[in-house]
Design a protein around this ligand. Structure first.
Ligand code: PLP
Length: 366
């Protein structure tokens, strides 16, 4: 039985007509840039994130980049973050010429370990960039305490965690800004690239809006050196069709996670740890196993999709050699990178599929 890691066609099949109609509406209007769909999506994402403002952008990466640019973080500045994340988090810090400063992760949640942040703060530190990995938010209270004490900005990389909560607060609503991605594999995925920035700061909102449009306000008068970070209205239209289903999909992911948790209980499979402070949206269900690479081979043979998120922590990436980190600097991140494996968790999985995945893995670990 083939079980892919993610089956976008299964979701599309349920919304085909509506998405076609919404895309067609944009085409017929020939409102090809910005317009009412983008504005409507911004209002709705702000609302579900408990934030006052939202700015649609071209991707999650550009959400991070625009945030850093609008906050004037650049050369000479340091940004404290996690080495166990997707490249974009760190790539954006480096692209604005700021210096990524890593601290190790919490070995239970795989998110940045707040206990290690204070020691990394220097006179050059401008921001902390926690990443809410796999659908679970980082431990935000101690992060915000350090930020307040040192007057630092907090940029939440919430690309994998839209609507996820920490002590009842929504992802993106605690820091200075929150960044979302609508990459198709995220819980709210577009039909291509897209992203969104949320904030409660009106001044920053104005700046983010101008920055996404080449920094021009009014047109052809360039206040800042911005970029083209605009959200495509076709993406906004498709996302507006999907948005009402987001909570139901995240619930289905949580049900699937609970199902796997039961199946793996008492076995050598280490299941995800969700803090009692958090409600995860399970963008990924990531297990840890010994002999992971053998398990990957078996899963391939059995037609079961899986992926390593992430095989190489950022401090060991070739392009970041210049930062001067070496193997052994962040042992928890390195350990996790060696034995994590994401298995299918998407909402449309059937019981048979979940049984097949779980039984194949349980038979492997014995
Ligand atoms: C997906 C992702 C991004 C980038 O989002 P894109 O929309 O693909 O540019 C950034 N950070 C994290 C943690 C992500 O998972």
């Amino acid at each position: 039985m083939p079980v892919p890691l993610l089956d976008l066609k299964a979701q599309y099949a349920t919304l085909r007509k509506e998405i076609m109609a919404a895309v067609s509406e944009v085409l017929e209007s020939q409102c090809c840039i910005g317009g009412p769909k983008v504005a409507e999506l911004e209002a709705k994402i702000a609302a579900i994130s408990d934030c006052k403002f939202a700015v649609g952008v071209s991707s999650g990466t550009d959400a991070l980049l625009n945030s850093l640019m609008s906050l004037e973080i650049g050369a000479g500045d340091e940004v404290i973050t996690t080495p166990f994340t997707f490249f974009a988090t760190i790539g954006c810090i480096a692209r604005v010429s700021a210096k990524p400063v890593f601290v190790d992760i919490d070995p239970l949640t795989y998110n940045i370990n707040p206990k290690l942040i204070a020691a990394a703060v220097t006179k050059k530190t401008r921001a902390i960039m926690p990443v809410h990995l796999f659908g679970q938010m980082a431990d935000m209270d101690p992060i915000m305490d350090i930020a307040k004490k040192h007057k630092l900005t907090v940029i939440e990389d919430a690309a994998q965690s839209i609507t996820s909560t920490y002590k009842g607060k929504k992802a993106g609503s605690i820091g200075t800004v929150g960044c979302f991605s609508f990459f198709p594999s995220k819980n709210l995925g577009g039909i291509g690239d897209g992203g969104m920035i949320v904030t409660n700061d009106k001044q920053l909102y104005d700046r983010l809006s101008i920055m996404r449009n080449h920094g021009s306000s009014p047109k052809y008068y360039h206040k800042y050196i911005g970029g083209n970070f605009r959200l495509d209205p076709i993406q906004a239209a498709a996302l507006l069709v999907k948005l009402p289903h987001l909570d139901k999909w995240s619930q289905a992911r949580r049900r699937n996670a609970a199902y796997y948790d039961r199946k793996f209980a008492g076995t050598a499979v280490k299941t995800p740890y969700i803090s009692p402070d958090c409600v995860s949206i399970y963008n990924q269900y990531v297990i840890r196993v010994q002999k992971r690479d053998e398990l990957i081979k078996l899963l391939k043979d059995k037609n079961i999709g899986c992926e390593i998120y992430y095989p190489v922590p950022m401090h060991l990436q070739e392009c970041f050699n210049y930062l001067g980190y070496k193997k052994g600097d962040f042992p928890e991140a390195e350990k996790v990178a060696n034995d994590v494996l994401a298995i299918p968790i998407y909402p449309e999985l059937t019981d048979e599929m979940k049984d097949y995945v779980a039984e194949t893995i349980v038979s492997f670990v014995g």
